[in-house]
Design a protein around this ligand. Structure first.
Ligand code: ADP
Ligand code: MG
Length: 316
C-alpha cells in the first residue's frame, strides 16, 4: 500500500510472544497487499485489471468485500467515489505507471477516462468473483483498501485477546477499548501545511475509526498549478477546489477511508451537503485566502460525537 503502519495494543493477560503478534500483523498486511494492491503485478486486482471482459475472475472474499463497500459508497455519493478510475489515476501519474512532471495530453485523459464506470463492474459472493463488461476497465482501491486493512488488523488483535488497541495505516486509524493508563485513545488530526503550526483537533476515539484524506501529500506541480491524486470522475481531472483535508469518523476504517476520499472529490460545498444528507461525521479543513490559517467545518453528526469540539459560531 506504499505506506507505513503502526499498532499500539495492550491486554490484561500476558501476551506470551509479542514478536509472533507483530509477525502475524505483517503477514496479514502482505496478504491483503497481494489481493487489493494494483501496485503488485500479480495481485488479484492487477490480474483482474488485465482480465478479459464478460468472464468471472475468481478473487478472495476480502476483495469482494472491499468492492461491495466501494459500490455502496459510489451509489450513495452519486458516483463521486469511483474505484474504476484506475487507468485515469495512472494516466495522471498517481499509479504504478510512474509519476508525471506535467499533465498528460488531452487524448490520453479522455482515453483513460472513457474506460471508467462502476456500472461496468459486477461482483459476486459465492464463489467470490469479479467481472467487467469492457476490456481495459481497471480497479484502483487506493481510496478504501487501507481502511479495510486497518479493520482486518483490528480483528486480528481481537483474536489475540487484546482489549485496547490503536491501529493505524497511512493515517487511517481505528481504536478500541482504552489507551494504556485509561481513558479514550486520543488521535490528533494533522493540519494541512502552510497553515498555523501544530496539530488540528484531538479526537477521543473509542470503538470507532477516523480517516483523513488530503490534497497536500500526494501531488505534482506544473506551471504554477497543483495536481493532486484525488480525481474528479466527471471532469477526469485532479480536483481543483480549496478543500485541503477531510476527516471522517465511522464504525469501520473502511467506510471512514472511502468517505474521506469522497469528500475530497466533492469539494467544500458539495461535501457539506453530502455529509448532512448521508448523516456522516465529517470535518473539513480549508485554507483561507492568505494560506496562513486553517478553517474548519464539521457536520452535525461530527459535532454530536465530539460535543466539546463543536465550533463556536464565528470562531472560524
Ligand atoms: P491517501 O491514499 O493519501 O490516504 P485517499 O484515501 O484519499 O488518500 O486515497 C486517494 C487515492 O484514491 C488515490 O491515490 C487514488 O488511488 C484513489 N482515487 C482518486 N480519485 C478517486 C475517486 N474519485 N474515487 C475513488 N478513488 C479515488
Ligand atoms: Mg480514502
Amino acid at each position: 500500500m506504499g505506506t507505513s503502519w503502526s499498532v499500539i495494543a495492550h491486554s490484561p493477560r500476558e501476551i506470551v510472544d509479542p514478536k509472533a503478534v507483530s509477525e502475524s500483523i505483517a503477514g496479514l498486511l502482505a496478504t491483503l497487499d497481494g489481493r487489493l494492491s494494483n501496485w503488485i503485478d500479480d495481485s488479484e486486482v492487477s490480474r483482474f485489471n488485465r482480465a478479459t471482459p464478460s468472464t468471472w475472475v475468481p478473487v478472495s472474499a476480502d476483495t469482494v468485500a472491499v468492492v461491495q463497500a466501494a459500490m455502496d459508497v459510489s451509489a450513495r455519493s452519486g458516483g463521486a467515489f469511483d474505484v474504476t478510475l484506475g487507468p485515469l489515476v495512472d494516466t495522471w501519474g498517481f499509479g504504478p505507471g510512474g509519476a508525471r512532471a506535467a499533465p498528460p495530453p488531452d487524448r490520453e485523459i479522455s482515453g483513460a477516462g472513457s474506460l471508467a464506470g462502476m456500472t461496468r463492474l459486477q461482483v459476486r459472493d459465492n464463489p467470490p468473483a469479479l467481472m467487467k463488461s469492457i476490456r481495459g476497465l481497471g480497479l484502483d482501491l487506493g481510496g478504501i483498501a487501507k481502511g479495510y486493512a486497518v479493520d482486518q488488523v483490528a480483528e486480528l488483535l481481537q483474536g489475540w485477546g487484546f482489549t485496547g488497541y490503536l491501529v493505524e495505516i497511512g493515517g487511517e486509524v481505528r481504536a478500541r477499548g482504552e489507551r494504556p493508563g485509561g481513558g479514550p485513545w486520543r488521535v490528533a488530526l494533522e493540519t494541512p501545511p502552510g497553515t498555523a503550526a501544530g496539530t488540528g483537533p484531538v479526537i477521543p476515539l473509542q470503538g470507532l475509526a477516523v480517516a483523513t484524506s488530503g490534497t497536500y501529500r500526494n501531488f505534482f506541480e506544473a506551471d504554477g498549478r497543483r495536481y493532486s491524486h484525488i480525481i474528479d470522475p466527471w471532469h477526469k481531472f485532479p480536483v481543483t477546489h480549496t478543500l485541503s483535508a477531510a476527516s471522517v469518523i465511522a464504525d469501520t476504517a473502511m467506510l471512514a477511508d472511502a468517505w474521506a476520499t469522497t469528500m475530497m472529490v466533492r469539494g467544500p460545498e458539495h461535501a457539506r451537503d453530502l455529509a448532512i444528507e448521508q448523516g456522516l461525521a465529517v470535518l473539513l479543513q480549508y485554507q483561507d485566502a492568505s494560506g496562513t490559517r486553517w478553517e474548519t467545518w464539521s457536520s452535525p453528526a461530527w459535532n454530536a460525537l465530539l460535543p466539546e469540539q463543536a465550533p463556536t459560531p464565528g470562531s472560524g
